[in-house]
Write a protein that binds this ligand. Structure first.
Ligand SMILES: C[S@@+](CC[C@H](N)C(=O)[O-])C[C@H]1O[C@@H](n2cnc3c(N)ncnc32)[C@H](O)[C@@H]1O
Length: 277
């Protein structure tokens, strides 16, 4: 039975449209949004989810949006065990997660698989803002890239990325570095076939090093948040960075790969970066 129907049966006096219609399943944690007027019922809503799904051991409600440099999101445990750590499987990759200290979204699984499928044999790939490592590990698992480097500034996320690399022993092409990607990428040389800037809020600050780090003809993937059907503003950020770097560029695609509220889209803009303008 669907969550909303189960909750409607348990809370017959509440307008079903106000009840949660679903949740994100992250390992054995269910992450649910509960409207403010129903917060006093959060523990009871959590208990319904625990009863319906024995594999779920923790129910947490979202307490706000992602924020801060580390892009973490406030979560409040409403039922089950008192932890926000879990283990999760995605695209054939095993991930240890800590939802309190690090960013992770199950909703990007399809996007990670899409990017991995674009990587050609022998490519060198850099993922700026790699978090606990899902993009590099999914690319490493599903492509024949020569090298995949993930760079992450949050020490807790980097520590989990190292743990996740150890947990996926068959993946040999991936390496994780800790620090500010904008400072570290230039030290790695101008040698990447593909660079991802996986920071949709403020990622433009990393565009210049990302473009500098690409070989002529290399591919940039730039994630950005933009109002629905307004990708030109995001392309303008690539244009500005390429002009500053003295590089030519050609837009090769725009993919809508999520949203933040009804009007704001998460876009992946793809561009080929040429030797010079
Ligand atoms: C939206 S999250 C994406 C994480 C990961 N790519 C994923 O899909 O789970 C952005 C990440 O960028 C990291 N970050 C922010 N600024 C950074 C910087 N200058 N250099 C490296 N990482 C950075 C944050 O700590 C956060 O983990």
């Amino acid at each position: 039975m669907r969550l909303r129907s189960m909750l409607a049966a348990r809370f017959p006096d509440i307008d079903p449209a106000r009840l949660p219609g679903g949740f994100d399943r992250v390992g054995d944690i269910a992450v649910v949004s509960i409207v403010p007027e129903l917060e006093p019922l959060a523990a009871a809503i959590g208990a319904v989810i625990l009863d319906a799904l024995p594999a779920v051991r923790v129910v947490a409600r979202r307490g706000g949006q992602y924020g801060g440099t580390f892009r973490t999101r406030p979560l409040h445990i409403v039922a089950g065990e008192r932890r926000l750590t879990t283990a999760h499987r995605e695209n054939g990759v095993f991930l240890h997660l800590d939802l309190a200290q690090t960013y992770f979204s199950v909703r990007l699984a399809h996007e990670r698989a899409r990017i991995a499928a674009l990587v050609r044999p022998g490519e060198r790939v850099a993922v700026l803002c790699s978090g606990v490592g899902p993009y590099p590990l999914v690319i490493g698992r599903h492509s024949r890239a020569r090298e995949v480097i993930g760079i992450e500034i949050n020490p807790a996320a980097h520590a989990l990325a190292l743990r996740n690399l150890a947990a996926n022993r068959a993946i040999r092409s991936v390496r994780f570095l800790a620090g500010d990607a904008g400072r570290m990428l230039p030290d790695l040389g101008h040698r990447f076939n593909r660079v991802l800037v996986a920071l949709p809020h403020g990622g433009e600050s990393l565009l210049l090093p990302a473009i500098d780090g690409l070989r002529p003809g290399g591919t940039l993937h730039f994630y950005d948040m933009q109002a629905k059907r307004c990708h030109l503003a995001a392309l303008a950020k690539i244009e500005a960075a390429c002009r500053q770097a003295g590089r030519g560029w050609r837009s090769t695609g725009v993919t809508v790969c999520g949203h933040c509220g009804p009007a704001l889209h998460r876009l992946c803009l793809e561009a080929t970066i040429e030797p010079e303008a």
